[in-house]
Design a protein around this ligand. Structure first.
Ligand code: HAM
Length: 419
């Protein structure tokens, strides 16, 4: 038997209600802040991600699904959306149509990571990107949107972490300081951290190795060396979050794994999902649009992992899932009435009722069992002596009450069910 690829998962019908709830909350919250939905292709030219996310990052260096197609073009299944959204922004000159574009998305993403709870190779993200303004109001707005969505899902065990990475010039100065601080103990760092020391020194902070963290304990912190503008914008973000009653902590070691960030960055983590605790992450990327060939245009955004969020909801038992039910199940007492039942079901379905019946010529008892299994609110019996006298029998399954209705008066059935 052929099975799904490691790290991918089928979402089967019983799981759909929670996905629907999440998607509708995402839709409603973003729409309330006047973000418009955008969809981009599943694959892009590989160079988009290499240039956008950064050659030295884990995503580009180790995790992308890259392949050469039949025309010898190198393509990559999208590992994240920001580069794709910026590519679309540039390609369609969205900045010329309006100065600020507020966009949101829901989409599958692909990264070849080691699968574990909350980490898959095909996973889903929702996210938002505001492109065209450097105002820190938008940084705060996006944090508030992410937090609102998680709160509306009933999640409680949340921590908002924020940091500022400054502009590249201040960051370069800081990297030198960090290098100076670490160089004497470089040989004591883990192998991964030694590699990061050479390639992308800020990522040393992401190390989970305790002895690395011990060495970093008294390191200089970037937040103390950022430029005045970044400092000022960070202050505005903190004030808005405080005024909006969003609890947050400044995490000076939050560096994020993608190269495009400038100024404010943030993550929201859950205490209820184990080691893969980041439910969402984002920040400002004021140089990315230009880096990908567009006019200099600032931007800010975040993305959230939907599998992780649903795992947190499950672990916190936070979702109130509606009982699945249908409006009507039609039971035929005589097999030869199949086409009459089909015809009737179409009339009911046209009137927005959720209707089903038996397609397998099962016994009346089996049809009744099916109606119960589907939590049908009403059952309509058709056939037998009642049919000969041109009547249908409608049963309300919660009260047990039954009524005879003229065969041609299906409107009466609809009226009763909709009451
Ligand atoms: P990211 O931190 O790489 O950022 O991913 C955002 C979120 O996607 C993570 O916090 C996590 O919840 C989820 N995620 C990432 N990898 C996996 C995986 N393998 N399995 C399950 N969930 C995963 C970005 O993607 C940026 N594009 C965010 C952004 C938007 N920054 C600015 N705009």
């Amino acid at each position: 038997m052929i099975k799904a690829i490691t790290g991918t998962k089928d979402i089967l019908p019983p799981e759909m209600p929670k996905w629907k709830i999440l998607e509708s909350i995402v839709n409603d919250v973003f729409t309330g802040f006047n973000y418009k939905e955008i969809r981009t292709p599943i694959f892009e030219e590989t160079s988009l991600f290499a240039r956008g996310i950064g050659e030295e990052t884990d995503i580009v260096g180790k995790e992308m699904y890259t392949f050469i197609d039949r025309s010898q073009t190198s393509l990559t299944l999208k590992p994240e959306m920001t580069a794709s959204v910026v590519r679309a922004f540039n390609e369609h000159s969205l900045g010329k149509q309006q100065p600020l574009n507020k966009l949101f998305y829901i989409s599958p993403m692909f990264r070849q990571e080691r699968p574990q709870a909350g980490r898959q190779r095909q996973f889903h993200q929702f996210g938002g990107e505001a492109i065209g303004s450097a105002s820190p109001l938008l940084d705060a707005e996006l944090i508030i949107i992410a937090y609102d969505i998680l709160k509306l899902l009933g999640l409680k065990d949340l921590t908002v972490k924020i940091n500022s990475l400054g502009i590249p010039a201040s960051r370069e100065n800081y990297k030198k300081l960090l290098k100076d601080y670490l160089k004497d103990s470089k040989h004591l760092l883990s192998e991964d951290s030694r590699k990061r020391f050479d390639q992308n020194i800020l990522r040393v902070f992401d190390s989970k190795v305790e002895s690395d963290q011990e060495i970093l304990k008294n390191s200089p912190l970037m937040i103390d060396y950022i430029d005045d503008e970044s400092k000022n914008d960070f202050g505005v973000v903190k004030t808005i979050l405080t005024n909006s009653k969003i609890p947050f902590e400044v995490d000076a070691k939050l560096v994020r794994g993608l190269d495009y960030y400038t100024k404010t960055t943030f993550e929201i983590v859950s205490g209820k999902v184990g080691s893969q605790s980041a439910l969402c992450g984002g920040g400002r990327y004021d140089l990315l649009v230009e880096q990908l060939g567009g006019a200099p245009t600032p931007g800010v955004g975040f993305a959230a992992g939907m599998e992780r969020i649903l795992l947190a909801c499950e672990n916190e038992n936070s979702l109130n899932l509606p009982k699945e039910e249908i409006d009507l199940y039609i039971i035929k007492l005589d097999k030869e009435l199949s086409s009459k039942v089909f015809e009737l079901s179409l009339s009911f379905r046209k009137n927005n009722l959720i209707v089903d019946f038996d397609y397998l010529d099962r016994s009346v008892k089996a049809q009744m069992r099916e109606a119960n299994k589907l939590n049908s609110r009403f059952v309509l019996f058709i056939g037998g002596d009642e049919y000969k006298s041109e009547k249908l029998n409608l049963k309300n399954m919660s009260t047990g009450e039954q009524q005879l209705i003229e065969l041609n008066d299906y409107h009466r059935v609809i009226e009763i069910i909709k009451k």
